[in-house]
Write a protein of this length. Sequence first.
Lengths: 185, 231
Amino acid sequence: MPDTSTEPPVSNAKIVNTPEEQEDNRRRTRKVLKKFNRKRENLVPVLQQVQDELGYLPREAMLEVAEYLKVPEVDVYGVVTFYNQFRLKPPGKHSIRVCLGTACHMKGGYILLDAWKRRLGVDRGETTADREYDLDTVACVGCCAMAPVNVIDKKAEGRVSPTRVDGILLAFKMEKEKKAKEKPD
Amino acid sequence: MKTVSLTIDGKAIKAPEGQKVLWAALDNGIYIPNLCAIRKASEPYAGCRLCFVEIEGRNGPVTSCTEPVAEGMVVNTQGPRSRRLARTALELLLASHPVDCAHCAKNRSCELQKLCSLLGVKLNTRRFRKLVHNLPIDSSCPNFTYNPNKCVLCSRCVWTCRERYGVGVLGFAHRGFDRVVTTFEDKPIAESGCRVCDECIEVCPVGALVFKDGRKGTPGCAEVKSKTATS
């Protein structure tokens, strides 16, 4: 069994979209924008629908929205950074949500967050460069009796410990290797 | 234009209808503490919470920058309740302000210092836990530096930047304690289409935006400028 604990973080590299991806994002953003008229008050609904379409709000999408609604680019950025529902980083294949509600906080939620940060090499609200995992925090998921809770791909994991963090990662990795073996392409 | 008469601090005053109490007072030589007020702005920002006054017949203090004058209104700018609110607001600002006046370019022309002496607040307040930002200083522009750690979020530079060119370079981003005046994607100002018009440095009440050559902005210049523009 491979030992995950000594492995270096996946990567700290910044995710950069290729020009083709950027063009695609712009095209899909424009498609969403067509449904709205150019009023400033449409900013939040526009951003919500663009995020539904793209999964997140890349730079090029924010610039398109700013131009279309004729609002300063920094205002779009301000709204996106203000509301928790908007994300600036693409979602990963697996979502990892660390609960930092009161009970989980008391039971060491921050220790788990640190463990994830170390293992994945990303901060909260970020995605690993291979787009496998995105890490974020939540305030409470409503199962405090299981504290500390991590929500992994919408499945709540209770009484998580840093060792379990390694276990979860290992399971994902083995699953990936299995799939790669089944479908070598 | 129709005028209304009101009393501020016992002084009978005539002011144009619709004018806010703050400007009526300032025009008549009565100072009300303020940081974020801009005379020409169509909507008061009302973010600094320093300009509280007491108006007879009201339950609590009101912000004078949002309150239009009314016939027969009796305003007290020195009321204990309004002064207490203003003092607390100022202390909260100072709790996240790096008080290093001796090494600050705005020393002696800083509006925080002025407000402190006026409201009887110590610069090094003990009432709140000190919690300062540790953000990088932006010196990308040729003639000024921006230190977001000293910013009091008065919005004057944001408004000025917008008013001057229609599309603003500066704006607010992030939330809560992390709220900051910044540019798109927190890029250095020089890379964000700044045209170095220096207007934002002129209006900054504190040492957040300062000239590199040590030149001093004109304190309270937003007010002075708008006065000449309207008259």
